[in-house]
Write a protein that binds this ligand. Structure first.
Ligand SMILES: C[S@@+](CC[C@H](N)C(=O)[O-])C[C@H]1O[C@@H](n2cnc3c(N)ncnc32)[C@H](O)[C@@H]1O
Length: 237
């Protein structure tokens, strides 16, 4: 039996350290997508792609066409990044706010994927219903979000988390996300799991300049013991 070599482990580390915006999105996307029926030529929306390291993985490893949509990172900046890697034919950058009008055709994507972003706009009862028309019937919505290993909420947080937590973390538990997605009749949950790569993905991010001020003290205090990364996949029915 041949072992799958993780693409991320061979990737240019300096490049990743410059572009990561949270727990290593390339690593997280790889673990998630390796469990999905992804095929060359598919059309995939990477929603909340940030600097697009997950989009780069999708194009380079899985040979799909990626629409790399993000709110905070301008499309021009991502276009230049993708062109430098010779991926401008495979990844289309766009600036999109998922809470506003979604600028795509209906029944267009084989998959919508999202890493470390969906929690910012999808923790409500309307987002799945809003996104589903853009996915082909039988297609998938697959998200990976940082969360808590248990149902910790304001007033019921672990002691080590309390000094750091703010509501804009948008960290929830597996059961919280499951209950939310079960309310949407247009999707059938096919996977709900804590991801194996959680520790490694956070450790990778701790090496980044961007993590030093805020995240490193949180992790050094031990709060990471209560963190997970939740993989939630549903099929459009
Ligand atoms: C922590 S960053 C992660 C970026 C990237 N997915 C990664 O993991 O490296 C969160 C991303 O969510 C995106 N985001 C937040 N709200 C959004 C919205 N309403 N529509 C689209 N993207 C959004 C931001 O633009 C930001 O790039």
């Amino acid at each position: 039996m041949t072992m799958k070599t993780p693409f991320t482990d061979g990737y240019d580390k300096a490049y990743l350290l410059e572009t990561m915006m949270g727990p290593n999105a390339m690593r997280i996307m790889e673990e998630m997508v390796d469990m999905l029926p992804i095929k060359p030529g598919m059309r995939v929306l990477d929603l909340g792609c940030g600097t697009g390291i997950s989009s780069i993985l999708l194009a380079q490893k899985y040979d799909v066409t990626v629409f790399a949509a993000d709110l905070w990172i301008p499309a021009t900046e991502n276009a230049q990044r993708f062109a430098r890697l010779g991926l401008d034919e495979k990844i289309i950058p766009l600036q999109v706010d998922a809470t506003k009008a979604i600028p795509f055709a209906h029944d267009y994507f084989d998959m919508i994927v999202s890493v470390d972003a969906y929690q910012y706009f999808g923790g409500n009862e309307t987002m799945l219903a809003k996104l589903l028309p853009f996915v082909k019937t039988g297609g998938l919505i697959a998200v990976a979000v940082p969360g808590f290993t248990g149902d910790y909420t304001e007033g019921h947080l672990p002691e080590v988390v309390k000094p750091f937590w703010t509501p804009d973390w948008y960290f929830y538990s597996c059961s919280w996300w499951e209950a939310l997605w079960k309310k949407e009749p247009g999707i059938e949950i096919t996977q709900l799991r804590e991801m194996d790569t959680c520790q490694q993905a956070w450790d990778d991010f701790m090496e980044c300049e961007m993590a030093q001020e805020m995240m490193v003290p949180i992790m050094e205090a031990g709060a990471g013991e209560y963190f997970n990364i939740i993989q939630l996949v549903g099929r459009k029915v």
